[in-house]
Design a protein around this ligand. Structure first.
Ligand SMILES: [Zn+2]
Length: 501
């Protein structure tokens, strides 16, 4: 950590394993900036995280340090500390109220991968009027090219590199460790007494963790990026890492939290090539007719995907049309042109235009609300023109359509490449509730995904009344009739729920 403490680069990125002291460094760096007169905003993903962090980490650190406690003046709340002449703001990134209005010279993003990318962009605007514009980003990595990994990729990419005392070969342990489960680990070897040591991959001599230096892969880049792994933490027994590698059921958590690298496999995320592999060699005949289903993602533009059942295979759908539109009148035209029998559109944000569109096409158009508590088949409410579905299950279903080749695409084109890129941007991650230990899958958006959602809605419409896979709940079991009744009576109205990004 010494080199990281001494690094004065204005923009630093720490892609780190769990429990390696990154947050302590970031707090001390923030306090030091305050002492030099800079205003600092320290961001956590949520307000709850911030309050906990302020109470358990920042408060004691200030209170128990005689030098710092003397500099603390009267202002001392969970969200604001005055240190010398400057302020340390502690804020949650979810609250847009918390982020506006406060200018800063330095911003810190802790647990970056838990926060929405759009919230980070907004938070960076706090630096607009500063001459200093310092940025610190730190997080456990999650997915490749997302969050902290995306930032680390832009940095000079430093690795802690050890010189073998025996043969002189240089080794970065995090580069040598396998990136998949079930492989041979050459850098953790057993001693005769059954304990384990970190070994030189060339000569198997024991490596000295302190005999190393940070080596950058791209020394000329301005952002300084450090990857910190438990592989070179003196506090972690390498035998434990090896044992967990061999037994873990959750590869993502192992690689993210122990090794400190991002991880994803094709089960969790589609790749662009496998989507484009569904493109036809030649255009489908124009003469094709038959009723279609349609999905609409709303936003600045209206992204539309139209699906048509393929002849001969009931379970397979062909993409009949993909496009982006600006007004709902154009959607009316599409419904007519493609003889759409069912259309699903974003229920949120709630707008007049969406509701009027639904009301104009009663019996055809349904507004979708994702409902975390909805298990199994989607719930279609004909009266209210609403469909509720579990978000993870809906995205699982549309991804399964691609994986199982239940989807036919038109010949490859720029538009199909865009469609494929959007589909590849939704990636599934495993969340663990810190209090209950319950694990749940959730999709995160790693880039622009309009067509992915439009396709998911169109698939939902097309699959109405057919089988529905259920993967969202690891503890999935059918609800009892009492549970169903309870949920009917007490589950929130879809209009009360807000969509997670
Ligand atoms: Zn060696």
């Amino acid at each position: 950590m010494r080199a990281i403490y001494n690094d004065t680069a204005p923009h630093m990125v720490l892609s780190k394993a769990a429990q390696i002291g990154g947050t302590t460094w970031a707090i001390l760096r923030s306090l030091h900036a305050c002492l030099t007169g800079l205003n600092v905003i320290y961001f956590f993903p949520t307000r709850t995280d911030v309050l906990e962090f302020s109470k358990s980490r920042v408060g004691p650190l200030l209170g128990e340090n005689p030098f710092l406690s003397k500099l603390m003046t009267d202002t001392d709340t969970a969200g604001l500390k005055r240190i010398g002449d400057a302020h340390l703001y502690l804020r949650g990134m979810q609250s847009t109220v918390g982020m506006k209005s406060v200018p800063a010279d330095m911003v810190v993003f802790d647990e970056l991968d838990e926060a929405a990318p759009s919230a980070k962009a907004m938070a960076l605007e706090r630096l607009a009027h500063s001459n200093y514009k310092r940025v610190i980003e730190l997080s456990n990595p999650s997915l490749p090219d997302y969050g902290i990994d995306q930032q680390y990729e832009k940095s000079d990419q430093r690795h802690w590199t050890l010189r073998c005392p025996s043969c002189g070969h240089w080794t970065a342990l995090d580069k040598e460790f396998p990136v998949k489960l079930g492989q041979e680990v050459g850098i953790i070897l057993p001693r005769p007494d059954g304990s384990f040591y970190r070994a030189c991959p060339h000569c198997a001599a024991e490596l000295d963790l302190a005999a190393g230096e940070w080596v950058a892969d791209f020394p000329n880049r301005a952002i300084h990026g450090y990857r910190i792994s438990q592989l070179f933490s003196a506090m972690v027994d390498p035998g434990e890492i090896l044992s967990e590698y061999r037994t873990t059921r959750y590869a993502d958590r192992f690689f993210n939290l122990k090794i400190g690298i991002p991880w994803a496999d094709l089960e969790r995320r589609l790749d662009i090539a496998s989507v484009l592999a569904l493109c036809a060699q030649s255009p489908r005949p124009e003469s094709e007719s038959g009723s279609c289903s349609m999905g609409v993602d709303t936003g600045k533009e209206l992204h539309v995907v139209v699906l048509r059942p393929t002849e001969g295979d009931e379970s397979k759908q062909a993409v009949a049309h993909v496009g982006a539109y600006h007004d709902f009148g154009e959607l009316d035209g599409l419904l007519r042109k493609y003889h759409v029998y069912r259309c699903v559109i974003d229920g949120l944000p709630e707008t007049h235009a969406t509701r009027e569109f639904a009301q104009r096409h009663r019996g055809t158009v349904y507004m979708n609300f994702f409902n975390e508590h909805q298990r199994g088949a989607p719930n279609w409410d004909t009266d209210k023109q609403i469909v509720q579905v579990n978000r993870t299950e809906a995205l699982d279903a549309s991804r399964a359509a691609v994986r199982e080749r239940k989807l036919a695409l038109p010949p490859a084109s720029r538009l199909m490449e865009e469609f494929a890129a959007h589909l590849a941007c939704d990636a599934k991650v495993l969340d663990e509730d810190a209090e209950t230990g319950i694990k749940k899958y959730r999709y995160v958006r790693t880039g622009t995904n309009h067509y992915s959602l439009a396709f998911t809605y169109a698939w939902l419409a097309a699959r109405e009344g057919t089988g529905w896979p259920s993967f969202a709940f690891l503890d999935f079991r059918p609800e009892s009739s009492e549970e169903q009744e309870f949920r009917r009576l007490f589950s929130p109205s879809p209009f009360d729920m807000h969509q997670r990004w």
